[in-house]
Design a protein around this ligand. Structure first.
Ligand code: ADP
Ligand code: TYD
Length: 203
């Protein structure tokens, strides 16, 4: 099974992806836990290009190409081989992040995102967990972490609110693939809900 986690920055995706991987491994599943942008050596190099340095460095189109190049490498080198070998793949962000983040960068950007996805990626996760949360809470959590990847975390509350709405729209448009969980609860509560949803789908 190919499972992605989506949501705004600081919603708890990485925490929950890791906890789900641990829970499934304890049950005897072989799990590959990975993330985007990145997840393969080439894609991790692209991650540095796109997340570090001057935020004005790339045009929206160039940025879209970089995220898509990273995803293509990740898919070819890690995700598809793991799925073919019968392993489960848990990915912290996937194509829906591009639909939302790059899709919001200009009036015709969502169309370009979709065209490039159809040409270069095609594959969708079997299940996407949207960790939904109020952007104010997410932003406070994200700013609480220190690091060099500040490019996307300085968006501010307005843009984060649009992104939250963007993810909820995607979930509504693909109800079979998506589950929406309320991320504004304790880590344990969210983890238990996700584990029970995924376990019921795996059996
Ligand atoms: P994301 O990957 O969505 O950006 P993280 O999993 O890195 O989010 O979590 C962001 C921050 O919030 C981290 O410091 C993490 O420890 C904390 N955190 C995660 N889940 C919860 C939760 N349910 N309640 C409170 N804090 C949380
Ligand atoms: P990530 O490391 O998951 O950040 P966080 O843990 O704060 O959620 O992702 C880094 C940033 O990259 C995040 O702000 C979202 C952005 N991003 C895109 O803009 N497009 C994409 O396709 C992906 C995968 C991520």
């Amino acid at each position: 099974m190919f499972i992605s986690f989506e949501g705004i920055d600081g919603s708890g995706k990485s925490t929950q992806a890791r906890r789900l991987a641990d829970a499934l491994r304890e049950k005897g599943h072989e799990v590959v836990l990975t993330r985007e942008p990145g997840g393969s050596p080439g894609a991790e190099e692209i991650r540095k290009l796109v997340l570090e340095g001057d935020p004005e460095r790339w045009s929206p189109e160039t940025e879209l190409l970089l995220f898509t190049a990273a995803r293509r490498d990740h898919l070819e080198r890690l995700i598809l081989p793991a799925l073919d070998a019968g392993q489960s793949v848990i990915c912290d962000r996937f194509a829906d992040s591009t639909r939302v983040y790059q899709g919001l960068r200009g009036p015709d950007m969502r169309q370009k995102v979709d065209m490039l996805h159809d040409l270069m990626i095609v594959r969708e996760p079997d299940l996407t967990v949207l960790v939904d949360m109020d952007p104010e809470v997410g932003l406070a959590r994200a700013l609480g972490r220190h690091g060099t990847e500040e490019r996307f975390e300085q968006f501010g509350a307005d843009l984060q609110a649009q992104m939250r709405a963007g993810f909820l729209d995607l979930a509504q448009a693909a109800p079979k693939r998506y589950v929406v969980v309320d991320g504004a609860r304790t880590e344990d509560t969210v983890a238990r809900e996700i584990e029970s949803i995924v376990t019921s789908r795996l059996t």
